[in-house]
Design a protein around this ligand. Sequence first.
Ligand code: FAD
Length: 412
Amino acid sequence: MTRRVVIVGGGFAGLTAAQRLARADVVITLIDRTNYHLFQPLLYQVATGGLSPADIASPIRYVLRRQDNVKVIQDTVREIGADEVVTDTATIGFDELIVATGATHHYFGHDEWEQDAPGLKTLADATGLRARILGAFETAERTGRAELTFLVVGAGPTGVEMAGAIAEMAHHALRRDFRDIDPSAARILLVEAGPRVLSAFPADLSRKAEQQLVGLGVEVMTGWQVSDVAEGRAVLRSGDEESVLNPQAIVWAAGVKASSLGSALVPLGATLDRSGRVAVNPDLTIPGHRNIHVVGDLAAVTSDGKPVPGVAPAAMQMGRYVADVIRGERSGPFRYRNKGNLATIGRSAGVADFGRVRFSGFPAWAAWLGVHIFFLIGFENRLLVMIQWAWNYVSRSRSARLVMRHEPVEGD
Ligand SMILES: Cc1cc2nc3c(=O)[nH]c(=O)nc-3n(C[C@H](O)[C@H](O)[C@H](O)COP(=O)(O)OP(=O)(O)OC[C@H]3O[C@@H](n4cnc5c(N)ncnc54)[C@H](O)[C@@H]3O)c2cc1C
C-alpha cells in the first residue's frame, strides 16, 4: 500500500524533503501555517527597504505544482500523536511524519520585550520593522527632532546584516530625501554581550567584520548586555557601567528558540534541550518512534561530535537525508557537511570562511550574493532579486521603502 507521509512546515527542511520524495511511491501532505515558503536569509533586505516581500517568498503550492504526489494544506498543527497530527481544522493520519517547524526569537525569559524590540523571523516582522525604521525618519522630519538612534541587539549574522543595512540606508539611500533633517546623522548601535561580533567566525574575520561595520558608521559595543527594554527605552550594562538609550527602533537579533510544536512530541517520549529543540537519534527520529522524523532548526543533533548549526544548508541536508531514509535508500547516522559560512555587511562588504580559505570585503559580498540568489526558490524570484539588486547597487537606492500601516487611520 502506498505510504502516507505528512510533512509539517514548508521551510528549507520540509520543502527539500517533499521535493526529494517526488518520485517515491508515497502520498505526501505538506502542512504549513502560511501559504508560502520564505527565504529568511533575505528578510533583512525587506526590513530595510531593499526588496519587497514577494521577492523573497513563493507560494508553496506553486513551487510544488508539478509534483503530483503532494497535497499542500495551509493550516496550523497543534498536536502530534503516534500516527496522526491534529491541526486547527482536521486530524490527518500518517505512516511517516516529518516535523520541520523551525525556530523563533528568544528573549531569555523577557518575552515582554518583544513589543518594543521585535525580532526578524516572518514577513510581518520585516514589514513591521521597516515601518518602525522609516517611520522614525518621517516623524523626525515632521517634528524637527533630529536625533535618531537605532539599536540592534546581537551581533550574529542577522544583527550584523541589519546594522550594516540600516547604516547604508541612513547614510546613502535617504540622504537626499528629507529637507529638515540629515538622515546620515542617525546613530546606529550594534550591541553584543560577547567579546566580538560574528562569534561563529574565526577571530580574524570578526575583526574585519567590525572594521567594515565601523567604516559604514555603525557604533559597535561588544561586552554590553541589554538589561531592560520598555516603551522605547533600553538599558545596557557592562560590568558596573550602565547606559540608558531612547532608540526610535530596536531590532532583536540576540537569540533563537525552537518552534513550540516541539513540545507536542514530549508526550510521545521526546525530550527538549534548553532552546526547546527536540533531542533526536542520530538518524533524526525520536526515541521509540522510527516513523517520526524531526529536521531543520527544530532538531538538536550532533555530527562528528559537534552540534549541527541552525542554518539553511543544514536544514536542507536533513530534509534530503530523511527523504532518502523514507525511500529506503539511506541508513546510518545523519552527517552534516559544512560548506562554509558567509555574512554580508552592507552594500559591498562581507566575510567568508571556507575553512582554509577566508576572505573579506567585496569578494565575500559577491560570494554571499551569488550563493543567496542561487538558493532562492523559483526562477522569477531569482530574476527579480538580481534586477532589483543590480539597480540598488548602482543607484544606492532602496525602492521598497513603504511604511505600511496595519491599523485604520483617519481619512482611510
Ligand atoms: C533573519 C534570518 C536570517 C538568516 N540568515 C541565514 C543565512 O544567511 N544563512 C543561513 O544558512 N541561514 C540563515 N538563517 C537561518 C535559516 O533561515 C534557518 O536555519 C532555516 O530557515 C531553517 O529551516 P527549517 O525548515 O528548519 O525552518 P523554517 O525555514 O523556519 O520553516 C519552518 C516552517 O514551518 C512553518 N510552521 C511553523 N510552525 C507551524 C505549525 N505549528 N504548523 C504548521 N506550520 C508551521 C512555518 O510557517 C515555516 O514555513 C536565517 C534566519 C533568519 C530568521
